[in-house]
Ligand binder design. Structure first.
Ligand SMILES: Nc1ncnc2c1ncn2[C@@H]1O[C@H](COP(=O)(O)OS(=O)(=O)O)[C@@H](OP(=O)(O)O)[C@H]1O
Length: 362
């Protein structure tokens, strides 16, 4: 009788079971659609970079031209929520959000600090790398002068890992003066942003000499090296490298053969010492970065006699550049200094004309 009044009962039970599974599957799918797409996108990005890496291994391809992967992981959020998240994601103060979204990747540099030696290149690099959108190779890589035959793959391996939107910077001060370097940089990336810190060439030469003498106390006096034998500060020895480096316009002309002036930013080494925030503001503009590094990041250390950093990557406490930066220079005969100023003056004037900047060197 029971079976007669509910003839469909056994199938009905099955029907209910199916309904339960369908409902569960549907809600799980909806959940995935809402939250899970982020993981699929992240996986795609990861795969993309893996493929890029593999391609580079084989072809040494120019990965500076790789398109940036745009984040659209919030597309499944409601519109306003997506905007809020996207804003947070793009704000430099939230690197951890970025960190969650992309695999870091080593890229060839977007910008180079090419010189000049003893101009203040370390200070520039340490200051600009405070910016959350900048990653820098810590040491001088010397790719374009010493290690060029090792190829782009080798170079890229020496770059720090970056996240989307971050730029990579490398500094090797000898690049400015080595003949082959401009062409090599151009061939790798004609859009390379180039930074040069320049300093009064006489002070620069003395600084260079100070470094040499600190390693080898037996070398002759500065005056004996800077002038031809017995010329009594008459004939400047232009074969001596510390003198040659200071003829900036000659080196610059070689770079201008490959790069337009607007792609080269000049930093005044003197201003970098007295007002680092102002110089770094211009550098941030040149690199297309938000002005994040300001005077708040620096303090003047009276013992060192230079500006130091309140904190930086790898340092949570205030610190200055190392003791090889900001050394005392040996006393140099004033007549020798005057003669060197005379020697450099026409080259400096030409340099001001070419760059359109008067650096005000005496
Ligand atoms: N904040 C701060 N602290 C210390 N030193 C500073 C700073 N800003 C600029 N400078 C000047 O940087 C000079 C060294 O230049 P470089 O870093 O280009 O030298 S190197 O080519 O990398 O060896 C170094 O030259 P010397 O004074 O001759 O040692 C400094 O004058």
């Amino acid at each position: 009788m029971m079976y007669k009044s509910y003839p469909m009962f056994p199938h009905f039970k099955l029907f209910l079971l199916c309904l339960f599974f369908c409902a569960s599957f549907l809600s799980f799918s909806l959940y995935l659609l809402h939250h899970g797409s982020i993981y699929f996108i992240r996986y795609d990005v990861h795969q993309y970079f893996k493929n890029v890496d593999r391609k580079n291994d084989v072809k040494e391809s120019l990965d500076h031209n790789l398109p940036l992967i745009r984040w659209d992981g919030f597309s499944s959020y409601g519109k306003s929520e997506a905007r809020v998240h996207e804003e947070l994601y793009r704000t430099p103060q939230y690197p951890f959000l970025r960190h969650q979204s992309l695999q870091p990747v080593r890229k060839l540099p977007d910008a180079l600090v090419i010189g000049v030696k003893k101009g203040g290149t370390r200070a520039l690099l340490e200051f600009i790398r405070l910016h959350p959108d900048v990653r820098a190779a810590g040491s001088e890589i010397h790719f374009f002068d010493r290690h060029y035959p090792k190829g782009y793959h080798w170079y890229r391996k020496h770059m720090p890992p970056t996240l989307e939107g971050q730029i990579t910077i490398e500094k090797t001060p000898s690049y400015f003066v080595i003949r082959e370097v401009p062409q090599r940089v151009y061939e790798m990336n004609p859009a390379m942003k180039i930074l040069v810190v320049v300093r009064d060439p006489v002070t620069r030469a003395i600084s260079d000499y100070t470094q040499v003498v600190s390693k080898n106390t037996t070398i002759p006096k500065f005056e004996d090296l800077a002038f031809k034998n017995g010329s009594q500060f008459g004939l400047v020895d232009t074969t001596w490298i510390p003198i040659r480096i200071g003829v900036y316009v000659r080196h610059l002309e070689r770079w201008l053969h490959y790069f337009p002036l607007k792609q080269i930013h000049f930093v005044s080494g003197e201003r970098l010492i007295v007002d680092p925030a102002a110089e770094i503001a211009n550098v941030q503009d040149f690199l297309g970065l938000k002005r994040v590094i300001t005077e708040k990041h620096f303090y003047f250390n009276t013992t060192k006699g230079f500006h130091c950093l309140k904190k930086s990557e790898g340092h949570s406490s205030p610190h200055c550049l190392g003791k090889t930066k900001g050394r005392n220079h040996p006393p140099i005969d004033s007549a020798a200094i005057e003669r060197l100023r005379e020697f450099y003056r026409p080259f400096n004037v030409r340099f001001y004309q070419v760059t359109g900047i008067n650096f005000g060197w005496p």
